[in-house]
Design a protein around this ligand. Structure first.
Ligand SMILES: Nc1nc2c(ncn2[C@@H]2O[C@H](COP(=O)(O)OP(=O)(O)OP(=O)(O)O)[C@@H](O)[C@H]2O)c(=O)[nH]1
Ligand SMILES: [Mg+2]
Length: 625
């Protein structure tokens, strides 16, 4: 079992709805927070269903933009240096933290690759916080503000990269994730080039436990022909035998016995389907609070998030209350870099709802202010729609007569019509390994974050730098000879044993590999923590597929939330709602990039005792090798 996967805690069954509790302080206003994210966990054993792949990464921006399909053919033939321009930046870390020890002051040199990535503009501010201008630049998020602030050059700058101009935009890359948990029976077919010319889009389903994420995912697999009627009838019979008759649709995604017995998703389920225009990878995240780390993994691979809320009496309320996963998931998916959120108001068929427009509006009006606070602009980043995962109404076909008041598009046509994503197809090949298993060879699962790769190509697994050769490739379980950024893939490699691969390692181009280090500087925003944070504290870092303990070695400076100015003195501690530049250290070498170079590989989440405490972005790798 990979280290990301969490075994169900003894009591996970019991605390379902009243999840963790939390602070009084509540979630701070994240409207300006733009993203940070990471980690992932998936699993492998699967059943047979749509084999698909999983992937990790990148949050392509939903903004209309250049089309992805210009592959860097050079990569397949001669993995030479690709689109990156190296620049060297000298940074003075002139301050160290008093609070705690360590800090090496020496100036550090760091290489920055400017790959052609696209940024996406971030989100929005609540009406109360209009765009700010710092040093003549309009900033859209705290990250921008903090970055820009460095230019003022007064005092002794405490820190890190001076040139963090960073726009929070992400570049779109990534895509499809091969699934570690194959879901659907699919006829194997080998295609010559890439899987399909269609655009690949990774969609993560998030939301409170039992909201209906797996049921909706399973229903979509059925409606799009990925699960046949006989299989569904079999599930129906078997579910009935377990007195879980209404859960049979979720069995398309919840493939292991534990999930089916308890009716709770544990690992991110995967599936895929195609429309005329697009190829969608479904990432069905667990809703239970005990499996938030797994959910973060799914979110880190998503291009688009779908927040499922139950309209059933009492269920919306439980999920949305403080400590419920409706809030936490929405925040995490935003910090993961997802720009566009669809809210499916589910279970509209329930006898306590009966497709009541009042209930729908109540939920919409209740959620909107929070989602806006988190950073989703209701005007362009948010879309609400009613549905029933159980009956399928509102998913492929319109809701029809049951809710004549809803005249908008149904779900699948809506996501099919979203603007094309921007992918980093010309960068060096990089695929964070989300999962792995052994099947006549070592099979790695992940989402291609950047570049492309072909069958037969020589690659390297970082940070150990093990050379491997690509023996076989699948894009969402369809065997192919080439994959590109954004696809969820499985890759069989020669040259390494499965036991020597760890989740969070990165399969990459040996001529232009991902960076790795043990010590790095980062900008963090403390979201929810009732105490003060001093150097010496440890956190669980979620960065791409990595879940790793890190120690806060030094507090370098505070960053003013409004002006972006950095403090001239080193803080002794930081607390909720503050932004700071700090130094972290891990015991193991971990793969990462700076946020500026590669947003999706440079954003992270910090958790402690089962709660998300802070989000951050990597500014500088100190002992990069
Ligand atoms: N009436 C009704 N029940 C639904 C609908 N969607 C889901 N359910 C029921 O809600 C329960 C939970 O469904 P799941 O799909 O497992 O929920 P989930 O969000 O995947 O739950 P976790 O994976 O544990 O987070 C099951 O009993 C479903 O039958 C719906 O549209 N209408
Ligand atoms: Mg589920």
């Amino acid at each position: 079992m990979s280290k990301t996967q969490q075994a169900p805690p003894e009591s996970w069954d019991m605390d379902t709805n009243n999840a963790n509790q939390t602070s009084q302080g509540g979630t701070p206003d994240l409207s300006s927070v733009n993203s940070a994210l990471t980690g992932l966990s998936l699993n492998v054993n699967a059943q047979m269903f749509v084999p698909n792949v999983n992937a990790r990464s990148f949050v392509p921006s939903m903004a209309p933009g250049p089309s992805p399909t210009s592959h860097n053919s050079a990569v397949c033939e001669a993995p030479a240096v690709s689109a990156t321009t190296a620049t060297s930046i000298q940074n003075d870390i002139s301050q160290t933290n008093n609070c705690n020890a360590t800090t090496g002051d020496a100036a550090q040199a760091m290489h920055v690759d400017n790959s052609g990535r696209v940024s996406s503009a971030s989100s929005e501010k609540s009406e109360k916080s209009p765009k700010r201008t710092i040093a003549g630049k309009t900033v859209e998020s705290w990250e921008d503000a903090a970055d820009n602030s460095s230019s003022t050059g007064r005092g002794t700058p405490a820190t890190t990269p001076e040139d963090e101009d960073t726009s929070l935009d992400t570049d779109g890359t990534g895509q499809h994730v091969p699934s570690s948990k194959p879901r659907t029976k699919t006829k194997p077919k080998v295609e010559e080039a890439t899987t399909t010319e269609k655009e690949h889009v990774n969609v993560v389903f998030i939301g409170h436990v039992d909201a209906g994420k797996s049921t909706i995912s399973g229903q979509m697999m059925f409606l799009t022909g990925m699960v046949d009627k006989r299989t569904l009838e079999k599930y129906e019979r078997e579910a009935k035998d377990l007195n879980r008759e209404t859960w049979y649709l979720s069995w398309c995604m919840d493939t292991n016995q534990e999930e089916r017995d308890k009716g709770k998703t544990v690992e991110v389920g995967r599936g895929f389907f195609e429309t005329e225009k697009k190829h969608f990878t479904i990432l069905d995240a667990p809703g239970h609070k005990s499996f938030v780390p797994n959910m973060i993994g799914g979110a880190s691979q998503a291009d688009l998030a779908v927040l499922v809320v139950s309209a059933r009496k009492g269920e919306f309320e439980t999920g949305f209350e403080r400590g419920g996963q409706t809030r936490e998931h929405a925040m995490l998916v935003k910090t993961a870099g997802v720009k566009h959120l669809v809210v499916l108001v589910n279970k509209m068929d329930d006898p306590t709802v009966k497709w009541d427009i009042e209930r729908y509006n109540y939920i919409k009006e209740g959620l909107t202010p929070y989602l806006k606070k988190v950073g989703f602009n209701p005007a362009k980043d948010l879309k609400f729609m009613p549905c029933s995962g159980y009956t399928g109404a509102g998913l492929l076909e319109s809701v029809g007569e049951v809710a004549p008041w809803y005249t908008g598009q149904s779900f699948i046509p809506y996501i099919d019509d979203l603007p094309e994503l921007i992918r980093n197809v010309n960068g060096p090949f990089m695929m964070p390994i989300v999962d792995k298993f052994s099947d006549m060879g070592t099979i790695l699962i992940g989402k291609v974050e950047s570049g492309e790769c072909c069958k037969g190509q020589s690659l390297s697994i970082y940070p150990n730098r093990t050379e491997v050769k690509v023996d076989q490739l699948w894009s969402d379980d369809i065997e192919v000879t080439k994959v590109v950024s954004g696809e969820n893939i499985k890759v069989k490699v020669k040259g390494i044993e499965e036991a020597d691969v760890t989740q969070g390692f990165v399969l990459c181009d040996p001529n232009n590999p991902i960076k790795s280090c043990k010590t790095f500087d980062a900008q963090v925003v403390v979201l929810d923590y009732q105490s003060i944070i001093c150097a010496g504290k440890t956190f669980v870092l979620h960065l791409q597929a990595i879940i790793e303990e890190v120690t806060l070695k030094a507090l370098i400076c505070l960053v003013d939330k409004k002006t972006g100015d950095k403090s001239k003195t080193r803080p002794r501690f930081i607390k909720q709602d503050q932004i700071a530049i700090v130094r972290f250290q891990s015991d193991d070498v971990i793969c990462m990039e700076t946020f500026k170079d590669h947003p999706q590989l440079g954003r992270f989440t910090l958790r402690d005792e089962g709660k998300t405490i802070a989000i951050g972005k990597v500014l500088k790798l100190i002992d990069s090798n």
